[in-house]
Design a protein around this ligand. Sequence first.
Ligand code: SD4
Length: 303
Amino acid sequence: MIAIIGTWKMSSAGVFEAHDLLKGGAPAGDAVIHAVTRVEDEPAFCSVGYGGLPDRDGHVMTDAAYMDGATLRMGAIASAENIKNPILAARLLCGRETNCLLAGHGAELFAIRHGLDMRDMRTEESMRRWRQATQERPERLTAYTGHDTVCVLGLDAAGHLVAGVSTSGLFMKDPGRVGDSPIIGSGFYADDRYGAAAATGLGEDIMRGCLSYEVVSRMKHGQNPWEACQGALRELSARKIELGEDAGSISLIALAPDGSYGAATTLSCFPFAAARGDGHDLFVTDSHGKVRDVGEAELIGVD
Ligand code: SD4
């Protein structure tokens, strides 16, 4: 059974194309890379790759990761600038025994040395947003504005699971800030035996629950992907509420080795794209776990 799932509406075109690649026999890694680079290259998606959200100094700094569920190896880059496709650097780093997570200048040098395309990731629009934010009173900058990660989980006909994630992280983040996305077990996890999971939302909260590993661990212990996502998120939200905080803004996706998928969110509307066997669709789910099949038109104005 082949299957693929991606976060947010922005992933849908790439996920559906990647589904066709899987149907044609492509390995999960190629399908995931196709879907993620499709989002990275599109400047209209302002929270990933080219045209991403700048940090406080006006630099677009990216985090990305790639994990191979067959070997449990991962590669990731953190707080890296000017790498055109951060997910390609993450994939190249996957498989190394050491030095598989590179940050900042080291990640950029790695990309250059391996012949990856470099580009100024700032666009007119990303700089317009930055200038506007710097003109607001600093105490009104919440950082949590419009930041979304593209997360894609793929399962190929050979039963291999791959996770890929890419983001520019929080808008107006402190220089050097790294979110959950390149952190194994928090932003992503994949194990061919039990399943794959990935997270989007406020990284500082996602890391507190090591949520992607928690979801895969729940699948290992017999939960299906829906139960695993809902259970992992409910547990962290409940603890945050006990601590006097709100539930936070977190969404999760998961894919099981049998091709079944699941999601959970603390939001009132979390869109995701999913394909399994021959069918594919765009869905939304909410904080009550209700899921609906929706058309693109219903989600105009939503990322
Ligand atoms: C981060 N988790 O850097 C990412 C951002 C994100 O929806 O996914 N936002 O914290």
